[in-house]
Write a protein that binds this ligand. Sequence first.
Ligand SMILES: CC(C)(COP(=O)(O)OP(=O)(O)OC[C@H]1O[C@@H](n2cnc3c(N)ncnc32)[C@H](O)[C@@H]1OP(=O)(O)O)[C@@H](O)C(=O)NCCC(=O)NCCS
Length: 201
Amino acid sequence: MANSGKFDGVDFCKLDIELLTPELRQLGQGFRCVRGEFVTYWKQGRIQREVDSYLCQCWMVRVEDALAGYITLLADKLQVEDALLARESVKYRTFPAIKIGLLAVDRRTKGLGVRLVEWAIDYVITEVVPVVGVRFITVDALYDADVEPTYDASGFYVKLGFEFADPTEPLPPINPYLTMYLDLKPLIEVLAIEEMDEDWI
Ligand SMILES: CC(C)(COP(=O)(O)OP(=O)(O)OC[C@H]1O[C@@H](n2cnc3c(N)ncnc32)[C@H](O)[C@@H]1OP(=O)(O)O)[C@@H](O)C(=O)NCCC(=O)NCCS
């Protein structure tokens, strides 16, 4: 959907991504999302309650006092049928991960969803990976077959390089989501090479 109104011409790549604090809680009055439940999660305090209970952390982007989008991150484990890392001589089928819990943008923005996910990947690689073992980013991509047309967020994550934890899962899934994952190792290695190149300059 094209930009309109309060987000006209905003370059979301240049805006800060801020950790949700008690002062920022009251923003979001005019937040509009293609999925109304994501407005409710914010306005009725679900996200804040989960933050207060240390179940997730939430980051947000605002344009002045208008909430433009938010993302939550939490600890997770990825479970798969195949030994994904067999080539690395690792036989596990369960791996440490960080999960994208909730992700939502105002429907009048453009490009903010990608910006938030790319920021999260970068954040996990630079801030979490150096101190805690974490190999994957996971997400339960919303799949709602009760609306016409079916709402399927997995296509958004496919564009960002995520893969399906169970590629053979029949549709519609039993639960209203498709679990997906992104392998961080190739990205970590690219980042390491870039840093080495910078050191040489
Ligand atoms: C999913 C969501 C965060 C995507 O954010 P967005 O800002 O609309 O995405 P962007 O504008 O950055 O779009 C990036 C690309 O993904 C595409 N895309 C977005 N949603 C998609 C979907 N469901 N299926 C396939 N492609 C999708 C866009 O068309 C765009 O493609 P382009 O680069 O070729 O133009 C947003 O639609 C949203 O808030 N949805 C409601 C809540 C939700 O479903 N959250 C995810 C739950 S896990």
